[in-house]
Design a protein around this ligand. Structure first.
Ligand SMILES: *Cc1c(COP(=O)(O)O)cnc(C)c1O
Length: 402
């Protein structure tokens, strides 16, 4: 007999490390932009595994490629070459305008690699050039170095001693950054658009000035595009919106459409500080993950696909602004680019997420009061209308609950 929903939840509750506060449903399968639970309920999904399922669910070319690659070769050591990895690296180099790509298995690993390559490069100039400046309210991952890079103290608590050399600055505050950057600065590491920290886009000329400060002090600019890259803003990389290029950029989340992967891409100048043996990975960039990434990259890098994201993103943002006008006391701000949008509430938002779920939509709330929308990039306008209607009714319920 099949296990019931309650049995599955009970089994997980007694065996899995209790680090997530989970919603009480068991997800089973997906189709397009919809998810289904074990009770047969259907959900319009505007979270997409946190910006991971960029092509939605059951995207035929992705499923076919993964199945074919699984038959051929799931994994082999990085001591040998594979066709999917060579091809995925070529694509990332071409799309970024940078020179060298390296694959890991997650966002944290991608950032960890970016930090390592930056330190090697900076130490080749001056062995004291170690300082890495990151932003307050940033999010860079959960390994010790990346959680230290994360400018939110509550992620650090209890894990001390933390790796040294990290300093924090207010995002979007160029004067504060100018005071902190000096010749001992190894890198400035920023999300191009802050995601977990509450969906904060940069001021229009912020990155141009950050780039200038980095150049002046020979500090590297590392951009974490794990959440905002992969076409999410309507450009392949979010930095393309601001007319600059980083020295190192990281990707993960959407890169293989749901198969675990991460990558950093850097210039030759930075890459040349690494020799054989200086970094490595067992699983990273294996043929299964890279074959999946190749399908995603081919699909998303099409101009027509990126234009679709920009167009539906603009439409969605307009709808959220209209909603803000209907709930002026509740919705404080609507912000974001493309399909990385946030609605800041004047109250905690978890209850709104629950109310939406009851009405058949999955959304997310970050930093307590920012509703975050990161749907699959294939989402259409009528599905946005459906979400906005559910959100409207849920906000009504929420207001009535008081
Ligand atoms: C999700 C995320 C990470 C961490 O990725 P993991 O795969 O969870 O390790 C890092 N940076 C940003 C901007 C992210 O959104």
């Amino acid at each position: 007999m099949e296990e019931s929903t309650q049995e599955i939840i009970g089994k997980d509750n007694s065996n899995y490390l209790p680090v997530f506060s989970r919603y009480q449903i068991v997800l089973d399968r997906g189709e397009g932009v919809y998810l289904f639970d074990t009770e047969g309920n259907m959900y319009l999904d505007f979270l997409a595994g946190i910006a991971v399922n960029v092509l939605g669910y059951d995207f035929k070319p992705l499923v076919a490629t993964i199945s074919e690659q699984a038959k051929l070769l799931i994994h082999c050591s990085n001591l040998y070459y594979t066709r999917p990895q060579a091809e995925a690296a070529r694509k990332l180099v071409e799309l970024s305008g940078l020179d060298r790509a390296f694959f890991g298995n997650s966002g944290a690993e991608a950032n960890e690699g970016a930090i390592k390559v930056a330190r090697k490069f900076a130490h080749s100039i001056d062995k004291n050039k170690s300082k890495i400046i990151t932003a307050l309210d940033s999010f860079h991952g959960r390994t010790l170095a990346t959680l230290t890079a994360t400018g939110q103290p509550h992620y650090h608590e209890g894990y001390e001693p933390l790796p040294g050399g990290f300093e924090y600055v207010k995002f979007n505050d160029i004067d504060a950054l100018e005071k902190l950057v000096d010749d001992q600065t190894c890198a400035v590491m920023l999300e191009t658009i802050q995601g977990e920290g509450g969906v904060h886009p940069p001021n229009p000329d912020y990155f141009r000035k950050v780039r200038e400060l980095c150049d002046k002090h020979r500090a590297l600019l590392i951009l974490d595009e794990i959440q905002c890259g992969m076409g999410r803003t309507g450009k392949f990389f979010a930095y393309e919106n601001y007319g600059i290029k980083p020295d190192v950029v990281t990707l993960a989340k959407g890169l293989a459409g749901g198969v675990p992967i991460g990558a950093f891409i850097c210039t030759d100048e930075v890459a040349n500080s690494m020799k054989p043996g200086d970094h490595g990975t067992t699983f990273g960039g294996n043929p299964l993950a890279c074959a999946a990434a190749n399908v995603v990259l081919d699909t998303i890098s099409q101009k027509s696909f990126l234009d679709h994201v920009a167009e539906v993103g603009k439409y969605f943002k307009e709808k959220l602004v209209e909603l803000q006008q209907k709930f002026p006391d509740l919705i404080r701000d609507v912000r974001g680019e493309g399909l990385l949008l946030g609605a800041e509430l004047s109250k905690p938002g978890r209850r709104v997420v629950e109310l939406c779920m009851k009405r058949g939509a999955i959304i997310n709330c970050t930093v307590g009061n920012v509703l975050r929308f990161v749907p699959p990039l294939i989402v259409e306008k009528d599905q946005i209308d459906e979400l906005v209607e559910i959100l409207f009714m849920s906000l009504n319920d929420f207001s009535e609950e008081g």
